[in-house]
Design a protein around this ligand. Structure first.
Ligand code: IPE
Ligand code: IPE
Ligand code: MG
Length: 236
């Protein structure tokens, strides 16, 4: 259960990393250059997350609908994911980061599937941050698959099969939509939208989003308990 009005000390932040293509095109660069710059942002954000009290970080890297993009762009994205895993795995081990990939695996290249297995095995003991990278991910497909595999089917069992509830959902790039990301887990997420394109998003922006989150009152449908201070204020 949610502990109603107490802010959890470690939170689950999820980020829709959007705007790579527009960032590149605005500079006269190919979209793939935006994706390359976006990978550097991932490293910056992963490094900053634990110090901001983020215990679980889920990043949307490639949606199941992104297969609809031109194949050279899809190939570039898949190659970058492979390079990212190869490069970051030792750093994750060093920094206590457990990396998990969520989404379908059966449509990925064999070499990427192997890289995912290696990374997950090597980082399994990380406790400082649980980093979840969503690749070939669709929330509707994930809910459907979990419902088919879960017996008896209940709200709790389905929640358990899917993953931790999202506290803070961030989307960069100016759009304000979920694009089939973590639909169930975002039931009570706080949303923060940034106009900044992902390649330009930094640790300061993440810190701002977390401060914004901590300043919000989450009610989960209930009525807030008056705190001592607000109660006194009432009586005055
Ligand atoms: C996000 O940037 C990365 C992926 C979706 C893989 P986009 O590539 O969607 O960038 P825009 O939205 O076209 O600018
Ligand atoms: C969502 O971004 C997917 C990722 C960030 C990986 P898109 O750019 O694909 O979403 P839409 O098409 O604008 O909704
Ligand atoms: Mg986009």
């Amino acid at each position: 259960m949610h502990s109603n009005f107490v802010q959890q000390s470690t939170l689950h932040a999820a980020i829709i990393m959007d705007g790579n293509g527009r960032w590149a095109l605005a500079r006269g660069l190919p979209r793939a250059a935006g994706h390359r710059a976006g990978v550097e942002t991932v490293s910056r954000i992963v490094e900053a997350a634990p110090e901001l009290g983020i215990g679980v970080l889920t990043l949307f890297a490639f949606s199941s609908d992104n297969w609809r993009r031109p194949s050279p762009e899809v190939d570039a994205l898949m190659a970058l994911l492979w390079v990212y895993l190869a490069k970051e795995t030792p750093r994750c081990v060093e920094n206590g980061i457990r990396m998990e990939i969520i989404g379908r695996r059966d449509r990925l290249e064999e070499s990427l599937r192997r890289a995912i297995q290696r990374t997950e095995a090597a980082t399994a003991h990380g406790r400082r941050l649980h980093l979840r990278m969503a690749i070939d991910y669709s929330a509707r497909a994930a809910i459907l698959a979990a419902a088919q595999e879960t017996t008896p089917l209940s709200r709790e069992s389905l929640s358990g099969a899917l993953g931790p509830p999202v506290d803070l959902l961030i989307r960069t790039g100016g759009e304000q939509r979920l694009s089939d990301f973590l639909l169930w887990e975002c039931a009570y997420a706080e949303f923060v939208f940034s106009r900044r394109m992902w390649p330009e998003y930094g640790a300061d922006d993440l810190a701002w989003a977390v401060r914004e989150f901590r300043g919000r009152q989450r009610r989960f449908g209930a009525v807030p308990q008056p705190t001592a201070k607000s109660h006194d204020a009432w009586l005055e």
